[in-house]
Design a protein around this ligand. Structure first.
Ligand code: GLP
Length: 240
């Protein structure tokens, strides 16, 4: 594991964006595994800034996102598709056809999950996966469980996750109760992983993820086994 210490959120964002940017510069047709959430916003902002300056070209890049809420389509401002369009895809020269998220509106969710796994395989796997961390240790929407779920699957979100994510919705009741998430296998098969964390709220869980026992009760702990894990975290998140 490579641990990069950042001063604060902005510093974390720039330091994490450095890795994604280097990945794309070194391999133009990279497959980037992307994440949503407050942690990722600043990283995308930084990438957009560098793109505008002419430093990065995304025209041959493919992206594959970790997860999507069930029941929200891309026009819904709370959907992850909307988040990605807004914060990144619409601001850079990545091709729309190369930007992939699970379809939360699919009639057959099981078939959609299987399609997503086939797609990851067809893309040749993920070159670099960006990850945030949920306060209960979830990565993507792989929630604490008795076993690591390998494949893309539909998950019932935990109460704590619904609570944490309700800040983006008008009311708590509006938060979808289910989501489609990439499984642990595709994440762990990524050639490199950039795990990011910022703020005191992440300090406890980051300590468990990085130094606690590897257990599906703390899904992110599996990352300890990854041969190329890069952790970019700010002082507050590293407080424990
Ligand atoms: C969300 C997403 C995750 C994200 C996490 C942390 O539920 N599904 O991919 O990493 O929660 O979010 P944030 O970065 O806003 O703290």
């Amino acid at each position: 594991m490579k641990l990069i210490r950042a001063k604060d959120y902005k510093d974390m964002s720039r330091k994490a964006a450095n890795f994604l940017s280097a990945q794309v510069i070194l391999k133009e047709n990279s497959v980037l595994g992307l994440a949503t959430g407050g942690t990722a916003e600043g990283i995308y902002e930084q990438l957009v800034e560098w793109y505008r300056k002419g430093d990065i070209d995304f025209s041959s890049v493919s992206t594959i996102n970790l997860d999507e809420y069930v029941g929200l389509d891309g026009t819904n401002e709370q959907s992850y598709r909307y988040f990605m369009n807004y914060h990144l895809f619409s601001q850079i020269n990545v091709k729309e056809k190369n930007c992939h998220l699970p379809n939360g509106m699919a009639d057959n969710i099981d078939e959609e999950c299987a399609r997503y796994d086939r797609l990851i395989e067809k893309l040749g796997g993920i070159d670099m996966q960006l990850l945030g961390i949920g306060e209960n240790g979830h990565i993507g929407f792989n929630e604490p469980d008795e076993a690591f779920e390998q494949m893309t699957h539909c998950i019932n979100l935990k109460e704590g996750t619904i609570e944490a994510n309700s800040r983006y919705f008008a009311t708590r009741e509006d938060v979808p109760k289910r989501a489609i998430t990439m499984g642990i296998k595709a994440i762990m098969q990524a050639k490199a992983i950039v795990l990011c964390a910022s703020g005191a709220k992440k300090a406890d869980i980051l300590q468990k993820v990085l130094y606690g026992p590897v257990t599906p009760e703390v899904p992110g702990s599996v990352l300890q086994m990854h041969p190329r894990l890069i952790v970019v975290a700010d002082e507050e998140a590293l407080g424990k």
